[in-house]
Design a protein around this ligand. Structure first.
Ligand SMILES: Nc1ncnc2c1ncn2[C@@H]1O[C@H](COP(=O)(O)OP(=O)(O)OP(=O)(O)O)[C@@H](O)[C@H]1O
Ligand SMILES: [Mg+2]
Length: 412
């Protein structure tokens, strides 16, 4: 056993050390509390025999510091105080200072052995407890993870149903309002032409003062000149708003139709290239695109959906870049999985947003620009493929989104 012996009297220390050595122990000597703390750190003893009254730092203060060192590592080393006399007062003070026991300086070997045995027993129990606690903590963590995943998938499932319902209900009215607005625009143009034609008759009407007064009053109260311009603006704004609603509905439909499509073996890299062509303009304006393809084998997936994931990730990458940047497309694989990475040099994702980016409707884009459905759609497509999306990001350092898919559709 390695014993740290703390004793200020050189003579006493030498005698004790010799005795301990004769029982087969390794002895490390310290002549005051401060040195004891240093040696404790260096030598990690199994037991500390601690004198109480010492220069520089006494035994109680040294014990206090040792206990503080141990707190950080949740370790525990028995500390036995060495006292000149066996009084109760000494015993109480020793224990209260964080010691575990005390021993008169003229101890017989048998007593020391017995006390060490007791300490070892306590330590074994303590270690067993610590291990149990660790297992419990681990179990608890797993439970929390599972609960999170359950919640997440429940949320996604119910959002999917909700989305399908909402999209279905909204699609029809959006359709006829849009077509009505189209007709209305033509009809308004017609009406304005008729009004212009009547206006051409103004000189003739001047011969009928009563009629002219009525017409002028009506024109004034309708504010005809303003109305003529404003009606055009109103129409175009309404159609723009409606187009936005239609885009949300189409996103919701994509989102809810996640699980009916055909599985086939496809080249992911080719899919990525063709998706890049489709969303190309948005990307080209913002970034130089680099490709680091590993040459993936064909992967079994629902290609149209996977291309949608690529599109959402590519557009997000471009949107994250202020000014100009680089988007790197990277692929790789192991025996079971293939992955596609889209890395940008954009503004990155702040840690507090990290948890929310996959939530439906979470968006940091300016109002009206993002539906916040991109990543939640991508996430549910990845899950539908028994795959996943991992994100690495640092504010000001860019982000990397990695889609990982099993090479083959797992038997469910
Ligand atoms: N590559 C990226 N870099 C930085 N932030 C990102 C990146 N990708 C996603 N985000 C963050 O996650 C949010 C959610 O993304 P998501 O694609 O779901 O919605 P959106 O892009 O805001 O809107 P939509 O895709 O519907 O147009 C974004 O608003 C943005 O804050
Ligand atoms: Mg997006």
């Amino acid at each position: 056993m390695k014993i740290l012996l703390v004793e200020d009297s050189r003579a006493v220390a030498v005698v004790m050390a010799a005795r301990l050595a004769s029982f087969g122990h390794d002895v490390v000597l310290a002549e005051n509390g401060q040195i004891a703390v240093e040696k404790f750190r260096e030598s990690a003893p199994d037991l500390v025999l601690m004198d109480i009254e010492m220069p520089v730092m006494d035994g109680f203060a040294a014990t206090n510091q040792i206990r503080r060192i141990e707190e950080a590592t949740s370790a525990w080393t028995p500390i036995i105080f060495l006292t000149a006399s066996n009084t109760h007062d000494n015993l109480i003070t020793a224990i209260e200072a964080g010691g575990d026991d005390f021993l008169a300086k003229n101890w017989p070997e048998s007593i020391l052995q017995a006390k060490m045995k007791a300490m070892t027993r306590i330590n074994t129990l303590r270690q067993r407890l610590a291990k149990n606690l660790e297992q419990l903590t681990e179990t608890n963590r797993n439970l929390a993870d599972t609960q999170n995943q359950l919640l997440q998938s429940q949320t996604m499932a119910s959002v999917g149903q909700l989305a399908a319902g909402v999209a279905h209900e909204i699609n029809n009215p959006v359709g006829f309002v849009n077509s009505n607005l189209g007709s209305l625009q033509g009809q308004i143009e017609g009406l304005l032409k008729v009004i212009a034609a009547y206006e051409a008759a103004d000189p003739a009407i001047a011969a009928h003062p009563a009629l002219q007064a009525a017409i002028t009053a009506a024109r004034k109260s309708a504010d005809l000149d303003f109305l003529r311009e404003d009606i055009i603006t109103l129409m175009s704004e309404s159609r723009e708003g409606l187009a936005r609603v239609a885009k949300i509905v189409s996103n919701l439909k994509d989102f809810s139709h996640v699980d009916n499509a055909d599985w086939q073996f496809v080249k992911l890299e080719a899919g990525l290239d063709s998706t890049l062509e489709v969303v190309g303009n948005e990307i080209k304006a913002k970034a130089e695109v680099k490709k680091e393809y590993a040459g993936l084998p064909d992967v079994e997936c629902m290609a149209a959906q996977i291309n949608q994931v690529f599109a959402k990730l590519l557009v997000n990458a471009a949107q994250s870049i202020e000014g100009r940047g680089t988007i790197t497309l990277r692929t790789g694989r192991d025996e079971k999985e293939a992955w596609v990475e889209i890395e940008d040099t954009g503004k990155g994702i702040p840690p507090e947003n990290m948890k929310r980016i996959f939530d439906p409707f979470f968006s940091t884009l300016p109002i009206g620009q993002g539906t916040g459905m991109g990543l939640s759609l991508a996430y549910s497509i990845a899950r539908g493929h028994h795959g996943r999306i991992d994100v690495k990001s640092g504010v000001g350092q860019g982000s990397t989104f990695r889609l990982t898919l099993p090479l083959r559709r797992p038997a469910v």
